[in-house]
Design a protein around this ligand. Structure first.
Ligand SMILES: [Zn+2]
Ligand SMILES: [Zn+2]
Length: 367
């Protein structure tokens, strides 16, 4: 195969220069940064679209020092370089979504990698920079082709879809089970889509904002309630003749224990709580009730290869299904140069997801 070497000159990247300068929404400065290190066995991808997600916002809020390499992990782009000895199925020019955190950084040969649990690789490659930039380097093992049905914005949605795919598979979800989804932001909405795709029974979701409630219905939730304490719990009991829901999916995380407590109340005795939300500080949880109810709490993070297929591949399958409603959650595009505006737009309530975009066609709402 002909190997065209990507030009190694400096590229544009967005670095958050520190805490609170813009009232907690970060202070992104777009400037020339060194080309990301092309480690042994790395592929180079020309980044076309990157989502700004809740965890990016959290990290931005929490930052105490200026960034030296860019973040960004919901990414799609075009392969421009493959390792010289590469023998897999990928080609230059392929459009891919990237598992930046697990397979893309993994050694592919340690104990955990051999089990497909790349997130837990014990010989991970050093961080070479995330996707708020114009190029990224990762192992080809973490690159997954997107289908002709998908544009690059759809490609950036593979990651948040894969998070829910992973949660459901890791927890050994059983088709027919009723599901309560706590929260209807990017991950909550993907959890609804995955519940639907994997044959859930009734799907009940909670949503904080009206536009999220509308989106939750669009994704396939049968019932959507507000995030008021007690509401979801009550509907879950009503809809199951007082038994409780089979599976609750917590997608909020943050700094409060309320969503976990709520999940434990919604779920039936012997039920499961899949925990997808990232908790930023230690939180207190009453463990007596879950213990008496024999509830399984199943924290799930990132993605893996389970039963021979990576969560990203299954996420691509779901998004390749015609005009899948999840594709509509990217409501705004910004240019990389304008990424600060993207973060500010992400924090206002009328938008679900912003992606920075360098592809040929974005959504029309360009800010
Ligand atoms: Zn994310
Ligand atoms: Zn490994």
């Amino acid at each position: 195969m002909e190997v065209i070497l990507a030009r190694r000159e400096d590229i544009l990247g967005a670095l958050d220069e520190g805490m609170g300068k813009f009232g907690g929404t970060g202070n992104f400065v777009v400037k020339k940064i060194p080309f990301p290190e092309i480690f042994d066995g790395a592929a180079v991808v020309d980044i076309k679209s990157t989502g700004i997600c809740g965890s990016d916002l959290h990290m931005t809020y929490d930052r105490t020092e200026a960034e030296i390499i860019p973040g960004g992990h919901e990414v799609a782009g075009e392969i421009v370089e493959l390792p010289k000895d590469y023998k897999g199925n990928l080609n230059l020019g392929d459009r891919v979504a990237i598992d930046c955190i697990g397979a893309g950084k993994s050694c592919n040969s340690c104990y955990f990698c051999l089990y497909g649990q790349f997130r837990h690789c014990i010989n991970r490659h050093e961080e070479t920079g995330g996707a708020f930039s114009s190029f990224i380097t990762r192992s080809p093992n973490g690159l997954f082709k997107i289908s002709d049905d998908m544009d690059y914005n759809d490609g950036a949605l593979v990651e948040p879809m894969a998070v829910s795919v992973h949660g459901f598979r890791f927890a050994k979800f059983t088709p027919g089970d009723s599901v309560a989804i706590i929260g209807s932001s990017t991950i909550g909405l993907s959890a609804i889509c995955v519940a639907k795709a994997y044959g859930a029974g009734k799907i009940i979701a909670s949503a904080k904002y009206e536009h999220q409630a509308e989106a939750a219905k669009k994704m396939g939730a049968d019932i959507v309630v507000s995030s008021e304490e007690g509401e979801l719990e009550e509907v879950c009991m009503q809809e199951t003749d007082g038994i409780g829901i089979d599976v609750a999916v917590e997608t909020i995380g943050g700094r409060s224990n309320l969503s976990l407590a709520q999940a434990a109340k919604c779920v039936k005795r012997t039920g499961k709580v899949i925990v997808l939300g990232g908790f930023r500080i230690p939180i207190e949880v009453d463990f007596l009730q879950p213990m008496i109810k024999e509830i399984s709490f199943i924290p799930a993070t990132c993605y893996a290869n389970i039963d021979g297929r990576h969560d990203f591949e299954l996420a691509v399958d779901i998004l390749s299904n015609g005009k899948h409603p999840y594709k509509s959650i990217v409501t705004h595009n910004v240019s990389l140069e304008n990424i600060q505006k993207g973060f500010e737009t992400s924090t206002v309530t009328f938008c679900i997801m912003v992606a920075f975009f360098r592809g040929e066609q974005g959504v029309s709402n360009f800010v």
